[in-house]
Ligand binder design. Structure first.
Ligand code: B12
Ligand code: SF4
Ligand code: SF4
Length: 387
């Protein structure tokens, strides 16, 4: 009997590439008890992003999600890290950057497709298979499952790093009723390296593998509110997500995965021009960005981040477009952020528009931002952070 499951697992590993899966492993379906303690502490310290599943029992006990689970199959699909022919960001034509997780087709649909193919493959061999798959939005911690299944180590930047693939991987899993023998976790680790912690722009990596998600630029780019001056400066020209702690990682050196055509980026979407984003309509936004994972929070955060990026570039040619946002956008957060950006760029035209807006603005937060911007113009500016 054991042989049967050993053999099935071996065949499954051999078939993985054909199924479009780059790494596959098996974890036991036992409760994740140390993870639970960790998640409780994480919550108590107020370090959650708010995007996680709230029920910590469901997050850590597969038997609450599935009747008598016997194993969890973890999969990883590798993605590109380099843009082919990246368009130039130039004065008068500045561009923002979408994190690599938003390049190509939305990874949720790609991984669901792989899990579906895997499920069909398994069912052909085990007709009474029961299976439940999840990617990102499920209850389980994808990283904890991947770690237990030997896909990679849990790194100081929080990522799961595969010894072969690096951290440029998406993760997903399938809870099953198949008693497949579990894999061993990998033995590699970060060692004495600390590069990601040193490079994190906001100090969000408060310790090795410990993230204060509320400070993480990736999280900040996905919020819809007005951000603080400090955070706006640190966002630089990021429109969605942040890759800094992975870019600096030696384990990712030279790794760029191009085997999945649907994950290949369109450079114009991965590094879009900023000014057209300021006035993009709902329909056009959906047509252009709707198929990417970065669109999940709608167009508002991306537009706000485009305004921030223009402010950080300090390119005077953006002033008329930003004045357009300050005067005409119906959303106070956008008007307030445009005021900040104009304060950052400065110049007579910006200052005049800010004074005019001050007399007309009725929203308290936007008005505060206008006053802050006018103060900024009086007081000079600090270092910027744009790439
Ligand atoms: C919420 C969330 C976020 C939040 C919070 C991230 C975080 N680190 O907690 C925000 C919005 C900030 C975010 C950002 C990103 N995310 Co995200 N996110 C998630 C989500 C939905 C839940 C993560 C979670 O529960 N975090 C809570 C922490 C505490 O637990 P955990 O990381 O899941 O588990 C680890 C820790 O608990 C740790 N641990 C356990 N016990 C102990 C004990 C001690 C002492 C310590 C130190 C650690 C430790 O080990 C576990 C395994 O690594 C997952 C999908 C999912 N359902 O799991 C994706 C996921 C983690 N995100 C992912 C990605 C790609 C990103 C970004 C790179 C996107 C981007 N480019 O901007 C960044 C990376 C930021 C970072 N440094 O982590 C991938 C990770 C792929 C990989 N190779 O690791 C996931 C798995 C999505 C997916 N299915 O592919 N994300
Ligand atoms: S994603 Fe960016 S802000 Fe978040 S931990 Fe990594 S480097 Fe820091
Ligand atoms: S940069 Fe260094 S410490 Fe950070 S995840 Fe990579 S190997 Fe680990």
């Amino acid at each position: 009997m054991t042989d049967r499951w050993d053999n099935l697992k071996r065949e499954m590993k051999e078939a993985a590439r054909e199924l479009g899966i780059d790494a596959i492993g098996v974890a036991s379906a036992e409760p994740f008890t140390t993870l639970k303690q960790r998640l409780i502490r994480h919550r108590e310290l107020g370090r959650e992003s708010g995007f996680e599943e709230k029920d910590l029992d469901k997050r850590t006990d597969p038997s609450l999600l599935f009747d008598k689970p016997q194993s969890i199959i973890a999969i990883a699909v590798a993605h590109p890290s380099k843009l082919p022919d990246p368009p130039k960001s130039e004065p008068g034509a500045r561009r923002g950057i979408m994190a690599r997780t938003s390049w190509g087709q939305d990874y949720h649909s790609v991984l669901r497709n792989r899990l579906q193919r895997l499920e069909e493959w398994l069912r052909e061999r085990v007709p009474d298979l029961r299976a439940e798959s999840m990617v990102d939005t499920g209850e389980l911690s994808d990283r904890a499952v991947a770690e237990r299944a030997g896909i990679g180590w849990s790194a100081k930047n929080c990522a799961i790093i595969s010894p072969e693939l690096g951290s440029w991987i998406y993760l997903g899993e399938m809870i099953t009723n198949l008693p497949l023998p579990p894999d061993e976790p990998v033995t590699e680790g970060c060692g004495s390296c600390n590069k990601c912690i040193d490079a994190c722009p906001t100090g969000a990596l408060v310790g090795p593998g410990e993230l204060d998600a509320r400070k993480c630029v990736s999280f900040l780019t996905q919020t819809k509110e007005m951000l603080s001056d400090e955070f706006m400066r640190k966002i630089g020209n990021r429109l969605y997500g942040c890759d800094t702690c992975q870019i600096v990682c030696p384990a990712n050196k030279g790794k760029n995965w191009t085997q999945h055509p649907e994950l290949q980026p369109d450079p114009e979407l991965a590094k879009p021009l900023l000014t057209p984003l300021l006035t993009i309509g709902n329909r056009e936004f959906k047509e252009r960005f709707g198929g990417t994972s970065g669109a999940w929070r709608g167009k508002k955060p991306i537009q706000r981040n485009a305004v921030i990026a223009l402010g950080n570039f300090k390119d005077p040619s953006a002033v008329p477009d930003l004045i357009g946002v300050l005067e005409n956008d119906t959303r106070p957060v956008l008007r307030g952020t445009a005021a900040w950006a104009l304060g950052r760029i400065g110049g007579e035209q910006a200052e005049k528009a800010l004074h005019e807006a001050k007399g007309k603005e009725e929203d308290k937060e936007a008005l505060d931002a206008i006053e802050f911007a006018l103060n900024m113009l009086r007081g000079g500016m600090k270092e910027e952070e744009v790439r």
